[in-house]
Write a protein that binds this ligand. Structure first.
Ligand SMILES: NC(=O)c1ccc[n+]([C@@H]2O[C@H](COP(=O)([O-])OP(=O)(O)OC[C@H]3O[C@@H](n4cnc5c(N)ncnc54)[C@H](OP(=O)(O)O)[C@@H]3O)[C@@H](O)[C@H]2O)c1
Length: 352
């Protein structure tokens, strides 16, 4: 399994941090006139630190926990990443509890038809208190000897539209699924995870680390998932429970989260709900151009889900997980880096 761009970036970053420290130590030793062998100079110390940091990280990343007699819960398994993760994790030896929005729907049926005895399909709408409670009880009754190792909060919904266009009920619905749903499921399973010193993996998005016009409704939920996950990581430290975030880039073309048809259908419904004075100001031509751009975005990305599936797997199984995994194409990664590391005007100038 590989997650190459992300792991190379992490190794380079670790190398740079250790290299900076050893290089500075070399410089200090030189300034203090300490007796050192000729080959120890600030550049050679820096280079050795860089290689050491990167190597240690690669070695740590090669260690994974055993899947034997352990279980995981995945939400949103009707389609997309969640659906494929069920098969992948079961093949790796885990008992998988697959939460589906429609336990009698097509996606759930495919999971059932696979005949894999370690796949349990559960009805789980993450916006329902009762369904989450029932799922927790079901999992509790069917756990393997080593208990519940992790939950993958993958269920999600996406929408689009300028802030002035999107009705409040849609804003509330997306929060209910993406943020409150993640909290509801996490609260339900945390007692079991604290027992096993297990793991919470939350699926945010590259749009939880940078903003794009027309995506506020989705972006606020994914920024919410980021904040929730970071706070929870701090709180869970004393229980030995790790909390990890996945930040996929653009994989719209690889999953069913948007299709040109669904965008056109949603756009038609959205336009009808925009107040007439706002419609008049923006004009239908402008609205249509924004929607065409959205359709273009939904079809131009990769159709290969594997880097996201790799990141989710590593986030669950790495012995020493990283707080964030970023399966992203280079363009998205650079854009995220600019937003998170450089002054705000640079991002605004380049990308808005
Ligand atoms: N694809 C991307 O480019 C991308 C990028 C960044 C982040 N993500 C995130 O990745 C996750 C998976 O998305 P995906 O791309 O695989 O899209 P997807 O195929 O639409 O998967 C989302 C799944 O969540 C389910 N779901 C929706 N509402 C739910 C609810 N109330 N309770 C339980 N399940 C619910 C959906 O069921 P139905 O199929 O029945 O609607 C679907 O199976 C999401 O959190 C998404 O935000 C995706």
């Amino acid at each position: 399994m590989e997650n190459s761009l992300d792991s190379l970036y992490r190794a380079a970053l670790w190398g740079l941090q250790v290299g900076t420290v050893t290089g500075a130590a070399g410089l200090l030793a030189q300034l203090l006139g300490l007796p050192l062998p000729d080959y120890v100079t600030p550049p050679s110390a820096c280079f050795a630190g860089l290689a050491l940091g990167a190597t240690v990280l690669f070695l740590m990343d090669s260690l994974q926990i055993s899947t034997k007699d352990r279980a995981v819960v995945v939400t949103g398994c009707d389609s997309g990443f969640g659906h494929e993760m069920v098969f992948r994790l079961e093949r790796m030896g885990l008992v998988v509890f697959a939460g589906c929005l429609f336990a009698n729907g097509e996606g759930a049926q495919k999971l059932k038809d696979s005949g894999r005895k370690n796949i349990h399909v559960m009805q789980l709408n993450v916006t329902s208190d009762d369904e989450v409670k029932d799922a927790v009880e079901y999992v509790r009754r069917h756990l393997p000897p080593n208990g519940l190792w992790g939950i993958l909060n993958n269920a999600g919904w996406s929408t689009f539209g300028h802030v002035e266009w999107v009705p409040i009920d849609i804003c509330k619905r997306i929060m209910d699924i993406n943020v409150w749903g993640t909290i509801r499921v996490t609260q339900g399973f945390l007692p079991l995870l604290r027992q096993s010193k297990g793991r919470v993996v939350n699926v945010a998005s590259g749009l939880g680390r940078q903003c794009a016009a027309n995506r506020s409704t989705y972006g606020i939920t994914k920024y919410g998932v980021e904040a929730l996950s970071d706070c929870l990581r701090f709180e869970m430290r004393k229980w030995g429970v790790e909390v990890v975030i996945i930040e996929p880039g653009n994989f719209v073309n690889a999953t069913g989260i948007f299709t040109p048809d669904s965008i056109r259908r949603d756009a038609e419904a959205l336009w009808k709900r925009i107040p007439s004075d706002v419609q008049k100001d923006y004009t239908k031509e402008y609205f249509d151009a924004v929607i065409e751009n959205m359709i273009y975005y939904s079809t131009k990305g990769t159709t290969d889900k594997s880097s996201v599936l790799d990141a989710m797997t590593l986030a669950l199984l790495h012995r020493y997980p990283h707080p964030r995994y970023q399966p992203m194409e280079v363009y998205f990664k650079v854009r995220t880096w600019v937003n998170t590391h450089l002054p705000e005007w640079v991002y605004e100038k380049l990308y808005t």
